[in-house]
Ligand binder design. Sequence first.
Ligand code: ATP
Ligand code: MG
Length: 426
Amino acid sequence: MSNSIQAVRGMNDILPEEADRWEGLEDALRAWLRAYGYRNLRTPILEQTGLFRRAIGEATDIVEKEMYSFVDELNGEQLTLRPEATASTVRAAIQHSLLYGGPQRYYYFGPMFRHERPQRGRYRQFHQVGAEALGLPGPDVDAEMLLMCARLWNDLGLEGLRLELNSLGSAAERATYRVALVDYLKSCEGDLDADARRRMHTNPLRVLDSKNPAMAGVIAAAPRLLEYLGAESLAHLEGVQRILKDAGIPYQINPRLVRGLDYYNLTVFEWVTDRLGAQATVCAGGRYDGLFEQIGGKPQPACGWAMGMERLLALLEKNTISPQVPDVYLVNQGAEAARVAFRVAESLRDYGFSVVHHCGGGSFKSQMKKADACGATLAVIVGDEEAKAGEASIKALREVRAQVRVGLDLLPEAVAEILYPEESEV
Ligand code: ATP
Ligand code: MG
């Protein structure tokens, strides 16, 4: 083993049993996203490094120290494995003039890459599902995104997710606030950690996002951005809150919520839990009206969020998503039976059943063991004797029920009767 090659640290294989849960969750997420009119957009995993530098911002954790960037030796291009997908979505929208016909709602799924210290709920390759509403100024669509999240928690039976909301105002409001914040931070420079002392000059708002508990006191006493917002920004925030109240969705204004990426303005939010330790944020997002222009497009209002799939799955009880098991394990023994088995398997699949066709021969007993171990509901058995008679036997593997033998032409109906007794009765 010592000589064998292992996966890259912080990048996990998702083995079938776990992958069953991923697929179950992905199916639920897709249905939910479509119910709100979101359509899938798939962008490449590699982008020009400049895209993220411009979109996410130079003085952010992601760009400063988390990106997997390299030079393509073949042509000298600076490339980065995407750390998030909003920048790519906006790049694609600009590149293909996707908003030409009006606003668009898109969703994506996929792996993201950040060079962080791996721990529970924090990986170097992790996965996000995200949605972006492009071309809509809000606050209605901002609130709709929160309503849709609330519905998802309900659909998935997730409890204890709290919504934290804030407004980052406009660029001008943030500039005024920034001066006040820097003055304050200077006044307590002795209490700042090294990160904060550096950030104070490069990107002071980021100091508020510090995860260092020693900084909590300084941050709590800092001036609040909310107090620097003008009428328009406050009305936007008020608009979001009104819709949340109408829908009965509880939330908390968190004046220190600034998010780890620079592209946000106005509405920002996080859904947080107490059940995942320090990795408390399950879903995070907000409005990013400046991003289109920032990466070279015509200005467009936009809003979006991303959820960490690993964190979502960690919150879901093991049994909320049932594992994928085949309907039928097809046992076949003897040369004649092996040939007939192919026809039998396809005829069952024609009816929509999932069938694992036993391959590789072996005794009847060992095949039945495999049938049981794979979790299939039924074994369909074709021995040489059955094959000659044009018949097959059906054995229930998960309940006590007499084995039956039926003609091959009646087999799919007989299987349906056992798998779906209610439907077959009508
Ligand atoms: P955190 O504060 O936990 O580092 P973040 O603000 O960097 O999160 P975002 O960039 O907003 O995270 O990403 C949205 C969501 O993606 C997070 O809320 C989280 O659920 C998930 N996520 C982010 N980074 C990771 C990671 N390294 N491993 C697993 N999930 C992650
Ligand atoms: Mg982070």
